[in-house]
Design a binder for this molecule. Sequence first.
Ligand code: DO4
Ligand code: MG
Length: 293
Amino acid sequence: MKVVRYLDATGATRVGVSDEEGVRPLPVSTVAELLSGDLARWRDLLTKAGSPSLEPVRLLPPVDGDTEVWAAGVTYRRSRDARMEESTVSDPYDRVYQAARPELFFKAPAWRVCGPGEPVAIRADSTVDVPEPELAVVVTATGEIAGYTLCNDMSSRSIEGENPLYLPQAKVYAGSCALGPGIVPAESIPDPGGLVVSLQVRRAGEIVFTGRTDTGQLVRPLPDLVSWLFEEQDFPDGAVLSTGTGIVPDLDFSLEAGDEVTIAVDQIGELTNPVVRGKQAMAWLLERRKPRG
Ligand code: DO4
Ligand code: MG
């Protein structure tokens, strides 16, 4: 069972639960509303799904409102080694891998998140770009893990490699964050520490990269990452925290416009996105953004 956001046949945005019976609408209009209390409230609201909807649906990103997406970095040995190789300054990556305090960075406001099947982007001013397949935790306003989804933390290796202080530009831009396909409630995943994570990149119908890891390689417990995130700030609409990548291609690989990226996490789902280059190709995100009241 997954919590999903979707467009119904009338073009209205809905929130529901998707399972073998179909999609059943929930009595809320946003996922932010589901996350704005504690875990007990989230669980209670999920029991209130209606009858299966027969309408055709298109999935949307499973975040909305003022929910923020954050990400952790250098939480797998492979990520540490890849950063040390790509960067002009390798020391900060080794130090953060071993430090008590994790690397956490803001990734995207909900409106800039891409959903299943929607384009993700590489920057027009970047030369080495990769997808990062990551398990993401979805957290209530009270800091409890409500569920799991997938995050593609699209990244420019050339920009971050030039100077680690360029990390926000390497990581935060139009088309840099995809989430989905839905949110699997935490109680369905008794062991989030043993999930296979995989990545496939297709180019002109050919597979040009595949990689595989598992969440057992994560150097930090998930609740530990969440408690660092909530240490000195509140998230009244909940938060999504992507937990880092353990799959990084060699430096001679770079994504190209026209590629198709598929990331998957065992028991959570699969997320496929085509790749475009530059912010003009992501102008649809602005169109979709609702006017603020
Ligand atoms: O410091 C770079 C961030 C690395 C990252 O995003 C990851 O390890 O997933
Ligand atoms: Mg990452």
